[in-house]
Design a protein around this ligand. Structure first.
Ligand SMILES: [Zn+2]
Length: 408
């Protein structure tokens, strides 16, 4: 079944047992190793109910007994933790010039991280769709060979992810729409696990909220910057997606009305002045004489190396990028009032040189100056946060009651 995250529905939580299974699973994830008595004491469920729920989760191979015991008054208590086998959750990020695939087990431990260049989003849509579906198929096959059952596969894409997994872009970008839903349905041979297509920035925000350095911060903004710039929003502990799931299109906020022309046809968009191509033009002005850049990773490495050596021109270019990025971040911060803004993608790699200028711009533009305001940090999950968030989405859904059937 292919769906977009905004359209998926959790299991029927009016089913008390399903709700309680999810409660126990979440408790063990956050408190493992723990005993049945710990679960009962903290969740308010009675001991007999907890015992029955734990048996169910053991049969579904979601929990395991560690073999360790905790000495208490009375019988020693057997300790529980999440089962690392036999499941896998998969996330794939579709970026402008590369694909990233990550698979994790139930505990969030990485099983696989692959990065692949591909024909890109500006080429023939069929080739991009086929590349995404082929990569997804290879990861699923790898998991099957390792005798792992796939719980779910999530693809994070830039642009506007519509119903059915179609991805479209702003009208003037000149970029063809992608039908990822159909490509994945065919490429994965009508999968029995759930396949979700969501915006890459939403998934990055989920990864930060679930497992980043700022995990569980209720109001968090993830600003992801590579060739494109997008934002994922967590408000009051929940993803904020808007009425159609299109919230967070930060790349085309106009931050410099006299700035360079953006791919969308307008001038001075955040992406046009602070995206990776703009930085490369600013820091390495000779690079594009060799022809158009299709993979920015070597340029990013060169900029990082020159900045680390104190190259004055490159560090000035990075500070200018940070100042312009700070304008966009301050607009978002004024609108959404987050506790923290996490910079991801290339911005995380470049944080030592970019972040001070972002902070200065934010402080300068804050309406409620001196009132604490929001912090800005670099992602510790980069550069894979969107793919990681994709994998975590399937784990997250277990805790909404979507559990796999018991296995023999
Ligand atoms: Zn634009």
């Amino acid at each position: 079944m292919i769906s977009t995250h905004g359209m998926t529905r959790p299991a029927d939580l009016s089913d008390v047992r399903t709700t309680n299974l999810a409660v126990v699973l979440r408790f063990v994830r956050t408190h493992a190793p723990c005993s049945r008595a710990d679960i009962a004491a903290s969740t308010g469920l009675n001991k007999a109910t907890v015992s029955s729920l734990v048996t169910d989760l053991l049969e579904r191979r979601l929990l395991r007994e560690t073999g360790l015991t905790e000495n208490r008054i009375g019988r020693p208590a057997s300790m529980l933790t999440l089962q690392s086998r036999p499941y896998a959750a998969i996330g794939i990020e579709v970026a402008a010039d590369h694909l990233v695939a990550i698979a994790v087990d139930l505990t969030g431990e990485r099983l696989l991280t692959w990065r692949r260049t591909y024909p890109g989003l500006d080429g023939t849509p069929g080739r991009a769709e086929a590349a995404v579906a082929a990569l997804a198929g290879r990861v699923v096959a790898k998991m099957a060979a390792a005798e792992r059952r796939v719980l779910g596969l999530t693809v994070g894409a830039p642009g506007l992810v519509g119903p059915g997994g179609g991805v479209r872009f702003a009208p003037h970008l000149g970029r063809p729409a992608l039908d990822l839903g159909t490509a994945l349905e065919r490429g994965l041979c009508h999968p029995r696990y759930e396949v979700v297509i969501d915006s890459a920035a939403n998934l990055a925000a989920l990864a930060e909220h679930r497992g980043g350095a700022e995990a569980d911060t209720p109001n968090l903004l993830a600003v992801i910057g590579d060739v494109e710039i997008g934002a994922g929003i967590v408000a009051d502990g929940r993803p904020l997606r808007g009425s159609r799931g299109f919230a967070g299109q930060a790349g085309h906020l106009q931050v410099d009305c006299g700035g360079p022309r953006c791919r969308c046809g307008r001038q001075g968009c955040l992406e046009a002045v602070a995206g990776l191509p703009a930085l490369v033009r600013r820091a390495l002005p000779d690079t594009e004489q060799d022809g158009p850049i299709t993979d920015y990773a070597p340029e990013l490495d060169r900029i990082t190396a020159l900045a680390a050596n104190g190259d004055a021109h490159v560090t000035a270019a990075l500070a200018e990028t940070g100042r312009l990025l700070g304008r966009g971040v301050s607009m978002l911060a004024e609108l959404l009032d987050p506790q923290v803004v996490v910079l991801g993608g290339s911005f995380a790699t470049l944080a030592p040189w970019v972040l001070p200028a972002v902070e200065a711009e934010l402080a300068d533009r804050a309406v409620a100056a001196g009132d604490g305001g929001c912090r800005v940090t670099a992602s510790t999950l980069h550069p894979d946060a969107a793919a990681l968030g994709g994998a975590m989405l399937a784990l997250d859904r277990l805790e909404t009651g979507k559990l796999p059937a018991p296995t023999a």
